[in-house]
Design a protein around this ligand. Structure first.
Ligand code: SF4
Length: 289
């Protein structure tokens, strides 16, 4: 079900410093996510999204964003894509992300987008305009196998399409890379997969790969994931239960070795293992806008 809601605030402040992406603000134009990845953390109770399958469209998002950007005294990177994918299928019709990026370009703010969709290419020109300040597009990819990814991330673009989109962005000078997380125990936590991701990222023009050799699990997220394991990968759930119990941070059993393989592979092809965040040293004055 897709329905409209009215939001009170659009940009939320990110606790400083943000060690992952250097974000100052976070922006969610929708609630819920159509991609339905079986491991998604946004199902956790703490986010208070009762029906993650329902997509709530923030109908007043663009008006709110215009007002908020005009009154922000501190410039900083606006992140989108942590609680839902800004390029899930509904975006093709509603274009909220596209409109928001145009405003961000007008106001001269830096942006960091996380997605699992090739639909991001519809905003190529706008991202290129934002890149005069700073634009980073990170593709979430933790498996090189399209068939396996289709089970884990049923509505997201095939991994091959994500790499193709990355190549296109890079060819237009947009800073792009991979967020290699979560890495699921027994579902891609092997050297071949890690090496293949690094190679394909390098071939596609990635400037960075940010890894995490494991996953997180809690309450509703865990129960949904385990139900899906029973359905799609019979026999795997008991191995998880035995290994992790109620733990939140669940490192893959081979994390140490895979981390080494990853570092060596990145070193070989010259890819950074962290993102270069926006720096405000050359920031234009907000008063100009
Ligand atoms: S794309 Fe991201 S937010 Fe959407 S279901 Fe997948 S992991 Fe969750």
């Amino acid at each position: 079900m897709i329905k409209e809601i009215l939001a009170k605030v659009l940009l939320s402040s990110v606790k400083q410093p943000d060690p992952w992406f250097g974000l100052k603000y976070n922006m969610n134009l929708y609630r819920g996510c159509q991609h339905q990845c079986i491991y998604c953390d946004s199902r956790s109770k703490c986010y208070r999204i009762e029906n993650f399958e329902d997509i709530l469209v923030k109908a007043n998002a663009i008006e709110l964003l215009a007002t908020e950007l005009a009154t922000k005294r501190v410039k900083g990177t606006i992140g989108t894509g942590s609680m839902n994918d800004p390029y899930m299928p509904v975006e093709a019709r509603r274009n909220l992300t596209g409109q928001a990026l145009k405003l961000i370009a007008d106001f001269g703010f830096p942006v960091h987008v996380i997605t699992k969709s090739g639909l991001v290419l519809k905003d190529l020109n706008t991202l290129q305009a934002i890149a005069r300040v700073y634009a980073a597009v990170s593709f979430s990819i933790s498996n090189c196998d399209d068939d396996l990814a289709a089970k884990l991330e049923p509505v997201a673009s095939p991994v091959s399409e994500r790499f193709a989109a990355m190549e296109r962005l890079a060819s237009r000078g947009i800073y792009t890379g991979v967020i290699l997380m979560p890495l699921l125990p027994f579902l891609g936590d092997n050297e071949e997969n890690i090496s293949a991701i690094v190679k394909r990222a390098a071939d596609s023009g990635a400037g960075y790969i940010i890894p995490s050799f494991g996953m997180t699990m809690r309450d509703r997220q865990r129960s949904y994931f385990y139900d899906k394991l029973d359905e799609l990968f019979p026999g795997l759930r008991p191995r998880y239960e035995e290994l992790y119990g109620d733990e939140y941070h669940c490192s893959v059993p081979t994390a140490g070795r895979l981390s080494q393989v990853f570092e060596e592979a990145c070193d070989k092809v010259g890819i950074a293992t962290a993102i270069k965040p926006w720096s405000n040293n050359d920031a234009p004055q907000l008063g100009l806008f």
